[in-house]
Ligand binder design. Structure first.
Ligand SMILES: Nc1nc2c(ncn2[C@@H]2O[C@H](COP(=O)(O)OP(=O)(O)OP(=O)(O)O)[C@@H](O)[C@H]2O)c(=O)[nH]1
Length: 281
């Protein structure tokens, strides 16, 4: 699968995030718990400079719990601060606020030493498209929707939302354009919805998905599509599912475009159950 990105757009989005990051004390990076590696942008590390950051693995309700735990352990071993979040059941918000405060502490103490008292912690959310940035912002801000107004030195148009008395959140989440050379990363981002559908060749993406699921969640596939055995070839399995779901064209052949849509919709709406598409090495 080749997904064409516009280098100009990517560069502009990255520059924008870079500028916004300069205005905050702590960055909250969101990654999709189903694809925690693929949904992280490697560029972020470079533009964070020394700013403290917390990694929030979101949509944990959609991911395989044991795999998410393994990822958490993996990232923590690398010295990262990790919070598991599930906006559906409003889990993790309190923990996220707690970690942001903890990470901002040295900066706040330094400001106090300079005589700057009662300055709120400034945070921002960054992540690839559709990862859940607005959802997390809404959870954090809750009823404190009122904007706190422009701060001095802040580009016009950027506003701050009150999370609490001690914390403000930039109302503009930083969109990190997915960047990848590895086609597998592209597939994972496409399956989880970070890449706009019109860019996709569905059949390629779904063939990849089916092969992944066959390897890691064969029972869920059998149960969902009422298959007693799973053909070993990806295309045959694709065809078998299409047939079971009645995705047929005149003459009785399988309509692979329609079958692809059905399978992708099933995965995204969790009809197959909570699943992860990658595990830590
Ligand atoms: N199941 C589940 N769905 C979630 C969760 N968080 C977000 N979503 C859904 O994911 C989709 C995308 O969420 P948004 O908050 O709009 O994502 P975004 O990153 O702001 O999207 P863009 O503005 O397009 O970059 C929405 O349909 C949300 O309802 C979660 O924890 N669990």
């Amino acid at each position: 699968m080749t997904i064409q990105w516009f280098p100009g757009h990517m560069a502009k989005a990255t520059r924008e995030v870079q500028e916004l990051i300069k205005r905050v004390d702590v960055v909250v990076e969101l990654a999709d718990a189903r694809v925690p590696q693929a949904s992280r942008n490697p560029v972020l590390n470079e533009i964070l400079a020394d700013r403290p950051s917390v990694l929030a693995l979101v949509k944990t309700d959609m991911a395989d719990e044991s795999v998410t735990k393994a990822w958490q352990h993996h990232f923590e071993q690398n010295g990262e601060t990790v919070v598991l979040m599930n906006a559906k059941h409003n889990q993790g918000t309190g923990k996220l606020v707690q970690e942001v405060k903890r990470l901002a502490q040295p900066k706040m103490e330094a400001l106090q030493k300079k005589g700057i008292q009662n300055r709120s912690i400034r945070a921002m959310i960054v992540g690839v498209p559709n990862v859940g940035k607005s959802t997390v912002i809404n959870r954090l801000v809750g009823k404190n929707q009122a904007k706190t107004g422009n701060k001095p030195g802040v580009t016009q148009g950027n506003h701050w939302l009150k999370v609490s008395k001690q914390m403000d959140l930039l109302d503009t989440p930083g969109i990190l354009w997915p960047k990848f050379e590895d086609p597998e990363v592209g597939y994972k981002l496409a399956i989880t919805g970070a890449i706009k559908d019109e860019r996709l060749v569905y059949q390629d993406v779904v063939l990849y998905l089916i092969q992944k699921l066959r390897e890691h969640y064969p029972d869920a596939l059998k149960a969902r599509y009422n298959l007693s055995e799973l053909p070993s070839e990806g295309v045959e399995l694709f065809e078998a599912i299409g047939r079971k779901r009645g995705c047929l064209i005149a003459g009785g052949d399988v309509d692979f475009d329609q079958a692809a849509e059905v399978i992708l919709r099933d995965f995204r709406s969790q009809k197959l159950g909570p699943m992860s598409l990658e595990e830590p090495k």
